[in-house]
Ligand binder design. Structure first.
Ligand code: PLP
Length: 394
């Protein structure tokens, strides 16, 4: 075992089950370990390195920004954060932006904004939160509480008060669950950690309708499915509706730590000076990265690429599914795809690594495919061929 791994095992807390691999370098859509072995990357830092590792405009912009200014706090404006926010507003059709540093923080901010808006402008008796079973919203106490999977709750009680979980894609259950005391409805348009499950259009449209009728703030968590991953800048564009607040992170920084929420003008009134803040939020390095990917979305070129290659990925996975009975479902949107298997997938993920392919599970029986959005057709074919050989040899 390498010294890095054994030292890591001594000095890190044991909250991660890390694979025995030390990554050192990225190039194109590949990563390399410290021994120079090359891996085709269908994980992308968990749906995060959206532009791969050799996107020149990103490298150049970051290098230039490092020479200019690395941090300045929110006491002052900085140009990259204003420009990135303006692009978020333009692309989302929403009105106001708050920057933070991660997905959990974005959801935390979304919950705080929705709570304060409701408390001040709607009705202070409306305090309840409804989220989905099987959802995932982050690891802070509030976002763990909003997460509809008990395995993430264990050992952390008492959780944040007043959260109920309703069945994803079940309109009747949603109608029953939301009452006069509900302040917030929180949904991932494509559930990520819950097994890559897209919402049904009718479900999200009904959710929007109920929220309008009952003055409930609708939050879409697009931390994993936003920023081009589904073939649209925002996943909600696939469903013909808009939330009141959308939360973002992961792909937004294309590998740099940045999160954000974008909200309607009306709901944004919930934040006034002193109500919320983040020292690093809007950091010029992080928002320079965001600006680069948002510009790539704005031109339409990146989305055209995602839509082109994702068809190929989907067709390839469906072909494997017709060949192997152990694949019981193929699902997803854009470059957020998955196969569900009749058996645990951990051995396949490990065997793929030995063959130079990085894969990631989502739960015990699902392999998800969330490569850089820059992935090419030949690389998809290479992944499918390795997966085919692993399934054939089982
Ligand atoms: N929300 C969703 C949908 C996610 O997939 C994740 C992370 O996987 C989070 C929130 C939390 O993001 P972070 O790990 O950046 O806090």
């Amino acid at each position: 075992m390498s010294d890095i791994i054994s030292t890591g095992q001594q000095v890190f807390m044991e909250n991660y089950k890390q694979l025995p691999l030390v990554l050192e370098k990225g190039e194109g859509n590949y990563v390399y370990d410290i021994d120079g072995n090359k891996y085709l990357d269908f994980v992308a830092g968990i749906a995060t390195n959206a532009l791969g590792y050799s996107y020149e405009p990103l490298k150049t912009a970051i290098k230039e920004q490092v020479d200019q200014l690395t941090h300045c706090s929110n006491l002052y404006y900085n140009k990259p954060s204003v420009e990135a926010a303006a692009l978020l507003v333009k692309l989302s059709g929403l009105d106001k932006v708050f920057f933070c540093n991660s997905g959990a923080e974005a959801n935390e901010a979304a919950l705080k904004l929705a709570k304060r808006y409701t408390n001040v402008f709607v009705d202070e008796k409306k305090t309840k939160i409804v989220s989905m079973k099987n959802s995932f919203h982050g690891r802070t106490i509030a976002t763990v509480s909003a997460t509809g999977q008990t395995k993430y709750h264990e050992g952390f009680s008492p959780l944040f008060d007043g959260v109920s979980y309703t069945e994803f894609n079940n309109i009747d259950a949603l109608e029953t669950m939301i009452d006069e005391e509900t302040a917030i409805l929180m949904i991932e348009p494509v559930q990520g950690e819950g097994g890559i499950r897209p919402a049904e259009k009718e479900f999200l449209q009904k959710a929007r309708e109920i929220c309008d009728q009952k003055q409930v703030v609708l939050i879409f968590d697009e931390v994993q499915c936003g920023i081009g991953r589904t073939g649209k800048s925002f996943a909600y564009e696939n469903f013909g509706i808009k939330p009141d607040i959308v939360s973002l992170a992961k792909g937004l920084g294309a590998g740099f730590a940045v999160g954000a929420i974008i909200a309607s003008e009306k709901v944004s009134q919930g934040f006034v000076p002193g109500t919320h803040a983040s020292t690093f939020g809007g950091n010029p390095i992080a928002t320079t990265a965001a600006k680069v990917i948002l510009e790539a979305l704005d031109t339409g070129d990146l989305l055209a690429h995602v839509n082109h290659v994702s068809e190929h990925l989907k067709a390839g996975l469906e072909q494997l599914s017709s060949k192997y009975e152990s694949i019981i479902d193929v699902r997803g949107l854009g470059l957020m795809m998955a196969i569900e298997m009749s058996e645990p997938v951990a051995p396949i993920v490990m065997a793929a690594m030995d063959k130079g392919l990085l894969l990631i599970n989502s739960g015990t029986h699902v392999i998800r495919f969330v490569p850089p959005l820059t992935i090419e057709i030949e690389e998809i074919d290479a992944m499918l061929s390795i997966l085919d050989s692993l399934l054939a040899n089982k």
